[in-house]
Design a protein around this ligand. Structure first.
Ligand SMILES: Cc1cc2nc3c(=O)[nH]c(=O)nc-3n(C[C@H](O)[C@H](O)[C@H](O)COP(=O)(O)OP(=O)(O)OC[C@H]3O[C@@H](n4cnc5c(N)ncnc54)[C@H](O)[C@@H]3O)c2cc1C
Ligand code: SF4
Length: 510
């Protein structure tokens, strides 16, 4: 069981007198014990050789690491090596490291003599506090491990948006004021986000990536393009301030909406810099609460955003560890299709489905789409078409600029593909074209019809939904939340024809 795993020990908090090794996702000042602590930074090219990443993701990681090295100057030893082991061999002084963010990286640092492992940082709730909360919960008879319960406990524990023992505004969740469809005029509800300017470090990163690619050393997917996400704490705070001042007010109502020409809507675009460790999420939450109290921003938006950061982000992080090493291999719905080539290559040339084509195209040009395209277009597609959850996790990990193992495994295996049999979500996030039609402006310009399930113009999501239910009918028969959809399936007069049509379509581009 995960609790006995050495990777989950109660590590000490600090290690005075040591050089702090900061991984490339531990780049903010909160990973140091004091502002003057000596630092070790390692750029390992093997990471890019092993897997085919989005070009902009590779750029972001290298740029962030090199910016941190430049910022720290003589305070840091910056080693550019092929592997981490090679870098550590070159260091002959005591090194400490905050527990890294993946199982293999924790195993690696724990096995290294001369490296002291400390408690992890970079999340609002620490691992020990989560463990205390989670003890006795789970699928084995105790209370469920629900995000909402964790979030309430965290709000109380950290005294965020609380008035004494009561939640601000009288309740913990204002979602009934959110989840609106997109604005009818197709315009974004918020102004454009602040985008950082590239500098000479970015230029050098671009030249290195071009050279490595030309040498056949590494290969990437996706377009190169101007850097869109912060790589320093300074840039991150700029984006955060801009979000709080101009965009957060519109965040709540349109959180779930999609617009073909407005990819950012009112989202914060903070996942990439938070996951690089450039800012402490507790500070993000505190500044959002301050903006509510000082500026009178709408509570439904502020609470919605705070829930994403100290609720969902933390919950996903803790579940990655709590659910153990084998969790990633879950495949409760027995899905074995490969990630199709058009998806792997982000190739939209043969895609007629406007939603898929738009989302995959956005991903190719930016390495980012917000949570509804991830969950209800890409994830929904993979779920309906039976793509293997681990293959989907790997593809998303390599393709999204903000993706890391800890965040992709629970989000894909659990939340989006229901491959854990219902630990994270009580029912699969499968939906037909009607959902996409309600929450986006894609369907108007599509050659398919979201209301049709059979024939030339049958919407692949509407028909795919029934094909999915047909495939998982027996497995999900005992799930009470699936009783109604499955009853609907049994009433379908054209069930056989729809299922056959979708089996023929498979994962071909449409
Ligand atoms: C299938 C799937 C895959 C995802 N993969 C990633 C990923 O690789 N990396 C990642 O950071 N997020 C991931 N998410 C969560 C979410 O989609 C992104 O955090 C969000 O879209 C990033 O954009 P933003 O910063 O503008 O977020 P906002 O919409 O502004 O939300 C604010 C913050 O909340 C946090 N957050 C919200 N939901 C989640 C969640 N489910 N898991 C973790 N953090 C969350 C993020 O830090 C985000 O920056 C995934 C969600 C799904 C459904
Ligand atoms: S009709 Fe179907 S395929 Fe086309 S955009 Fe709408 S949901 Fe997507």
């Amino acid at each position: 069981m995960a609790a006995d795993d050495p990777a989950l020990a109660d590590f000490p908090e600090r290690a005075p007198g040591t050089r702090r090794w900061c991984f490339a996702d531990q780049l903010g000042p909160h990973f140091l014990d004091d502002p003057h602590q000596e630092v070790l930074l390692v750029e390992s090219r093997a990471v890019f050789r092993r897997r085919r990443f989005h070009r902009q993701k590779a750029h972001l990681l290298l740029s962030a690491l090199r910016h941190r090295a430049a910022e720290l100057g003589d305070q840091a030893r910056f080693l550019q090596t092929t592997t981490y082991a090679e870098a550590l061999d070159a260091v002959d002084e005591p090194v400490s490291v905050c527990a890294p963010t993946t199982w293999p990286a924790r195993d690696f640092v724990l096995a290294r003599d001369g490296v002291q492992v400390l408690a992890s940082r970079g999340f609002v709730t620490d691992e020990q506090t989560f463990r205390r909360w989670a003890t006795g919960r789970g699928t084995d008879g105790g209370k469920r491990l629900l995000m909402d319960d964790f979030y309430r406990a965290a709000r109380q524990h950290h005294d965020v948006l609380m008035e004494g023992s009561e939640p601000t505004g009288g309740k913990y969740n204002f979602d009934h004021d959110n989840r609106e469809p997109p604005p009818k005029d197709g315009a974004s509800p918020a102004p454009e986000p602040w985008i950082p300017a590239e500098d000479e470090i970015d230029e050098q990163v671009r030249a290195d990536l071009d050279r490595w690619e030309a040498d056949g050393d590494v290969s990437f997917v996706g377009d190169d393009g101007p850097r869109l996400f912060p790589v320093t704490r300074r840039e991150t705070l700029h984006r955060l301030r801009d979000f709080l001042a101009h965009r957060l007010a519109a965040f709540g109502p349109h959180e779930d909406a999609m617009l073909a020409d407005e990819p950012w809507l009112a989202h914060s675009l903070l996942s990439a810099p938070m996951n690089l460790g450039l800012v402490d999420p507790a500070e993000v939450v505190q500044r959002a609460e301050q903006a509510y109290r000082d500026e009178g921003l709408p509570l439904n938006s502020v609470e919605g955003f705070v829930r994403q950061v100290m609720g969902w982000r933390d919950y996903i992080w803790h579940l990655y560890w709590h659910l153990g090493r084998e969790y990633r291999h879950g495949n409760a719905l027995d899905a074995h299709a490969e990630v199709p080539a058009w998806m792997a290559e982000l190739d939209t040339a043969d895609l007629d489905a406007a939603c898929l084509s738009g989302v995959v195209g956005d991903l190719r040009s930016r390495g980012w789409v917000h949570h509804i395209p991830r969950l209800m277009v890409l994830g929904n597609y993979a779920l309906q078409r039976g793509i293997e959850p681990l293959a989907m996790t790997d593809w998303m990990h390599r393709t999204f600029v903000d993706a890391y193992d800890w965040v992709m495994v629970p989000n894909v295996v659990g939340m989006s593909q229901h491959a854990d049999g219902g630990v994270l979500a009580t029912k699969p996030y499968a939906a037909g074209g009607a959902y996409i039609d309600r929450m986006s402006d894609y369907c108007g310009g599509c050659r398919y019809d979201p209301k049709k399930r059979l024939g030339e113009d049958a919407c692949p999501f509407t028909a795919g939904y029934w094909g999915f239910l047909d495939r998982v009918e027996d497995t999900l028969a005992g799930n009470r939340r699936m009783a109604q959809p499955l009853a609907g399936l049994r009433r379908l007069k054209d069930r056989e024809a729809v299922v056959e049509q979708e089996q023929q379509r498979g994962t071909d581009p449409y």
